[in-house]
Design a protein around this ligand. Sequence first.
Ligand code: HEC
Ligand code: HEC
Ligand code: HEC
Ligand code: HEC
Length: 110
Amino acid sequence: MLKTVVSILVLALSATTSFAADKMLADRHMERGGKCEACHTTMPPKAVATQQCLVCHGSYDKVAARTDKNDINPHDSHIENPDCTSCHRGHKKPVLLCDECHEFRELKVP
Ligand code: HEC
Ligand code: HEC
Ligand code: HEC
Ligand code: HEC
């Protein structure tokens, strides 16, 4: 009985992790009916400017308000308005710019 419960828990956990790891930011945007052109204004596609993300996400202040509940707000710190793609990546694993110097384990970049 206990064994079954444990393995169900493990299954549920690995399912969540692999979902998060499999789906890159661009794919998640495409699934919502987005188009490549929403982010890429040039052909062939190139790195995406922060300004392009803000066409939909409004402003740095707006994004910061969404993560204000965190002890450490990744969008409001002594690093003033870094490019979105210094953490969020389109088609590869995201990184946390802050961790070049800190170790904020509680912050997971989506
Ligand atoms: C065409 C509009 C549009 C553009 C351009 C856009 N986004 Fe989004 N983004 C959305 C929508 C809609 C959502 C889902 C609703 C929400 O969370 O705001 C979203 C969600 C997100 C999320 C939350 C995680 C997730 O997948 O739900 C992050 C992070 C994000 N966007 C980052 C970015 C970055 C970085 C860029 C630029 C490289 C960008 N977005 C460009 C529309 C856009
Ligand atoms: C220093 C790294 C970093 C930078 C730069 C950054 N983000 Fe984020 N972002 C994060 C982290 C970490 C989270 C997850 C925070 C959390 O779990 O509450 C996040 C979450 C988000 C979310 C989801 C918020 C929610 O409601 O859960 C959106 C949308 C987003 N970022 C958009 C942007 C946009 C647009 C930019 C550029 C203007 C940007 N981010 C720049 C690290 C960053
Ligand atoms: C949410 C925004 C977003 C969407 C939607 C998106 N991309 Fe991207 N793309 C990026 C970002 C950001 C980069 C910069 C590298 C990275 O972060 O992966 C990039 C990089 C690229 C590159 C490499 C350019 C270079 O010189 O490194 C190609 C090719 C590309 N995208 C193609 C596409 C295609 C094709 C689609 C539609 C199926 C698409 N992208 C949809 C954000 C997006
Ligand atoms: C180039 C190195 C560097 C980067 C990158 C960096 N920081 Fe810092 N940060 C420091 C230093 C140095 C201090 C001051 C010494 C200290 O208190 O640790 C500091 C202090 C802080 C503090 C106050 C002290 C604490 O630890 O509570 C916060 C909060 C903070 N940083 C958040 C961030 C966030 C969020 C990011 C990413 C957006 C970031 N930092 C990126 C170097 C950096």
